[in-house]
Design a protein around this ligand. Structure first.
Ligand SMILES: Nc1ncnc2c1ncn2[C@@H]1O[C@H](COP(=O)(O)OP(=O)(O)OP(=O)(O)O)[C@@H](O)[C@H]1O
Length: 312
């Protein structure tokens, strides 16, 4: 079902932006439904930050258009500023300012702020409230940046790689907070190159590569086996003779080495087919590692669409 424009918090159509010879964004389309979480998932340099910065009104596109809460983010920036929260990549604050002071300063610029002390507490920053920004760890700086994005009770937040550089505990905290924002009806556009982050948080994912959307859907839709077929994946030594494996499998199965040592068997994967693969490996003296049936990961989807890995 295609959402109508009024239900979209962010709508991007045919967006393009070049920096010299580099096409950072090359005809990108996306739509973020109000009250939902959309993840832009792609490797470094895919054009995620450029897209978000255009939506935030910091950059003008060369062509195409972005609408944010129904408004042009450049010409209507003043109306939009109080309604959106921005967590830029790498954060940013006065180096000597204390964490709590920084948040109070941002809060003082908004009409109806959340209680800064409460926000520091739920982000696990209370003990760091009197620490100068430059002395905070990278993960603490990120969390402070998130607090600054949220303190003005925005309707829509842009989170550029919100958990970059965080330890697993802090990442979990931020994931819980993003889920809570969504439950409160806040719209969230986030960028990430972490597939588990996209899978865990996002209602919909746009996979971005070289400035274009190469796939779009819910995590379930994107990772579902194509054509109702199942998949069996395993790792083993490179260059196994797949002709011999196919001869042992039921008719209609296909086997591919998607990258060196990574194999996928498509078809009717029943218990017999699994047993055939493992006994075939045993017969050839090789171990089938990480053997799993069905669901692809978003990493697999990206690899199949582009022939490259998400993490580069
Ligand atoms: N101001 C700029 N000047 C020149 N090139 C730029 C500029 N901003 C981005 N680029 C280039 O545009 C491309 C897309 O960059 P962008 O930062 O949007 O990608 P990204 O997907 O957000 O990657 P990352 O996760 O590394 O930030 C890259 O090749 C980048 O080097």
């Amino acid at each position: 079902m295609s959402p109508n424009a009024d239900s979209l918090a962010v709508e991007v159509r045919g967006l393009s932006k070049r920096f010299g010879d580099t096409a950072a964004v090359a005809g990108l389309d996306l739509g973020l439904e109000r009250g939902s979480v959309l993840a832009l998932l792609g490797p470094n340099g895919a054009g995620k930050t450029t897209t978000v910065e255009i939506c935030e009104g910091f950059l003008r596109p060369d062509s195409g258009r972005a609408r944010v809460l129904g408004l042009d983010p450049v010409t209507r920036a003043e109306q939009l500023r109080p309604r959106i929260g921005v967590m830029p990549q790498g954060g940013g604050a006065y180096p000597g300012i204390h964490a709590a002071e920084m948040l109070r300063l941002v809060a003082s610029c908004t009409a109806d702020p959340l209680d800064p002390a409460w926000l520091l507490d739920i982000l696990g920053l209370s003990a760091a409230g009197r620490t100068p920004y430059k002395r905070l760890s990278g993960g603490q700086q990120q969390r402070l940046s998130l607090a600054c994005a949220l303190v003005g009770r925005p309707e829509l937040v842009f989170l550029d790689e919100p958990t970059a550089g965080m330890d697993p505990q802090a990442r979990r905290l931020v994931w819980e907070l993003i889920a809570a924002l969504r439950a409160d009806g806040v719209s969230v556009l986030l960028t990430t190159h972490l597939m588990d982050e996209a899978e865990t948080l996002a209602d919909r994912v746009v996979i971005v590569d070289q400035g274009r959307a190469v796939a779009e859907g819910t995590p379930d839709e994107l990772t579902a086996p194509p054509h109702g077929q199942q998949e069996l994946r395993f790792r083993s030594q490179p260059a196994l003779d797949l002709e011999l494996l196919l001869a042992a499998l039921p008719e209609g199965c296909r086997a591919t080495e998607v990258r060196s040592g990574h194999y996928v068997v498509h078809g009717a994967i029943d218990p017999q087919a699994v047993s055939t693969v493992t006994s075939w490996c045993a017969h050839h003296g090789v171990l089938a590692q990480e053997l799993r049936v069905s669901r692809r990961s978003l990493e697999d989807v990206f690899l199949e669409l582009t022939g490259r890995e998400l993490r580069n």
